[in-house]
Ligand binder design. Sequence first.
Ligand SMILES: CC(C)(COP(=O)(O)OP(=O)(O)OC[C@H]1O[C@@H](n2cnc3c(N)ncnc32)[C@H](O)[C@@H]1OP(=O)(O)O)[C@@H](O)C(=O)NCCC(=O)NCCS
Length: 156
Amino acid sequence: MLYRLAHRAHLKGHRIRAGLWYRCAYLWCGAEISPGAKIGGGLRLPHPQGVVIGGEVEIGVMVTIGQHATLGGNLGKRDESGRIYPRIGDRCLIFAGAVVAGPIDVGHDTIIGANSVITKSVPSHVVVGGVPGKVLRAWPSGKDSQAGSTGSGEGA
Ligand SMILES: CC(C)(COP(=O)(O)OP(=O)(O)OC[C@H]1O[C@@H](n2cnc3c(N)ncnc32)[C@H](O)[C@@H]1OP(=O)(O)O)[C@@H](O)C(=O)NCCC(=O)NCCS
């Protein structure tokens, strides 16, 4: 909610107001969500402490992010379009402590394991983990998929 207010102010060019909402969100729940991030509906942060969503990260709908996960740039690396930040697909589940960095794409319904470091694009419907992140196995799609619906607690 506070992120939505910050993002709206950001889109209107009200940088000070956006910054105030951003700080309110940080003080209230311990998550740092950049006003410039583009986040679809249904984001869930069951344990928001330490979550960092930087710059212009793009997140699809119904994504769940665990505590202390970080989504942001990677030493300013850019792709051919000039993009710096990752793009996360719909219904992904990003577990605690994971780092997703750089101008990469994470597909839909993908699970990113705890404490993994993902700096290369990841396809849809897989479980990835490790440092550096590797595909561990396929993840069922459609009705059988549980991505985005695991975990507990209140929404963001
Ligand atoms: C990524 C994850 C979902 C995979 O679960 P899974 O598919 O049941 O995986 P398994 O436990 O069967 O392990 C399969 C392989 O992946 C590896 N693996 C599992 N999780 C991993 C991780 N986070 N990083 C690196 N490798 C991992 C295992 O070592 C195993 O390797 P092996 O086949 O060489 O022995 C799970 O391990 C995970 O990270 N869960 C996080 C839960 C969490 O953060 N809960 C907090 C709630 S508040």
